[in-house]
Design a protein around this ligand. Structure first.
Ligand SMILES: Nc1ncnc2c1ncn2[C@@H]1O[C@H](COP(=O)(O)O)[C@@H](OP(=O)(O)O)[C@H]1O
Ligand SMILES: [Mg+2]
Length: 360
């Protein structure tokens, strides 16, 4: 008998306890699910650093699988603008100034309109993440572009579960029109739109879209991809793809390192040059074994390619073999070496020290 004359039925107490347990389970299961997926992506549950739970508590988490779906959509929508402007033949070409080497740094309506679509699509879907983009975003010309929250089948097939990371650990890099120089010359095959997502500075997912052949390559590190490496590469006398409009001394460096038998393929666009290393079905795509760049370059030009190569087991580093961190400053100074299915460190050792040889 309970105090005050109230009798507790044992069955009632048991039901009450079960209900309580159910509520506790419901509250904690979401929290634990988030925790476990952070483990898979190198987050640090239990404290410290931007990837820790403090960051998650501030800006919440984002699902990288959803970010991939929106990145693909953004690259395609941006690409539609790029194609539309090119086909109109009214490019409104302008110069943003000169590169360090004195080349014109061009911008067109294709760059601006693609940038607007890509930026606002990603910003509307993921308001809490840092987005760095090549072109200026005009706040007076905002556009809310809603994502229908559908993840395409090919992504769902490759990546079965969500991958949550703290929003504060993410940096997105957008290149709304890569190979602008070639775009103005109507060399359409070189043109791409690109999105990259870095987590704690590491490139984790990349999208490279070719608007004129409507081909899209995407990949996520430890996730999946819709593109793969070729079966063989020539490591001894590689075909080397290099810049045609920002080349610096790259040909001399390549020939000095690999000998005169080596074929040099001048091409526009960093996105195009990474695709040259992969098994890409697009007929307009040339194939190469290595990508080398020696002049200054910006992170939106290279992050997506770096993520895709990394996801497929390849490498993109500076010419001295350092990994590139995709946070902070926009540019990198140490040139680029991109390879796949090769001994990347052995290639780095073969290359001359550009500071010493004056080949920069
Ligand atoms: N020295 C340099 N300074 C600034 N940007 C450079 C550069 N070298 C290459 N880039 C940029 O990197 C991209 C690929 O270059 P390339 O076609 O010469 O290989 C181009 O991007 P955008 O077309 O997006 O501006 C180009 O402008
Ligand atoms: Mg670019």
């Amino acid at each position: 008998m309970a105090p005050m004359g109230i009798r507790l039925s044992p069955l009632g107490v048991a039901v009450f306890c079960l209900l309580g347990l159910g509520v506790l389970y419901h509250l904690y299961s979401g929290f634990l699910a988030g925790r476990f997926s952070l483990f898979g992506l190198g987050g640090e549950p239990g404290g410290g650093g931007a990837a820790g739970p403090a960051a998650a508590a501030d800006g919440g988490t984002v699902d990288l699988r959803e970010m991939l779906a929106v990145s693909v959509l953004a690259a395609v929508r941006g690409g539609d603008e790029v194609r539309r402007v090119r086909e109109s033949n009214v490019l409104h070409e302008k110069s943003k100034g000169k590169t360090r080497e004195g080349a014109e740094d061009k911008m067109t309506s294709g760059d601006v309109l693609s940038n607007r679509k890509m930026f606002y699509l990603l910003k509307t879907a993921f308001p809490n993440v840092q987005i760095n983009t090549e072109e200026h975003v005009d706040a007076a010309d905002q556009e809310v572009i809603l994502w229908d929250r559908k993840i395409p089948e090919d992504i769902l097939k490759e990546i079965a579960t969500p991958k949550e990371v703290p929003a504060e650990s993410v940096t997105v890099w957008i290149d709304p029109l890569d190979a602008t120089q070639e775009y103005t010359e109507d060399l359409r095959k070189y043109v791409t739109t690109m999105v990259c997502v870095a987590v704690n500075g590491k490139p984790v997912l990349g999208v490279i879209h070719k608007p004129f052949s409507e081909y899209t390559a995407w990949a996520m590190v430890d996730g999946g991809s819709n593109v793969k490496a070729r079966t063989s590469y020539n490591e001894k006398t590689p075909r080397i793809v290099v810049s045609r409009s920002h080349s610096g001394m790259v040909k001399q460096v390549a020939l000095q390192t690999f000998g005169n038998q080596t074929t040099i393929i001048p091409a526009g666009g960093a996105g195009y040059k990474v695709l040259a290393l992969l098994d890409v079905p697009d007929k307009s795509q040339e194939k190469a074994d290595l990508y080398i760049h020696v002049t200054y370059i910006k992170k939106w030009d290279i992050c997506a390619g770096n993520a895709i190569l990394k996801a497929l087991g390849g490498h993109m580093t500076t010419l001295s073999g350092e990994e590139i961190s995709y946070t902070g400053s926009d540019g990198i100074e140490g040139g680029l070496l991109a390879s796949i299915r090769m001994n990347h460190q052995a290639l780095v050792r073969k290359l001359p020290d550009l500071e010493k040889t004056g080949h920069k």
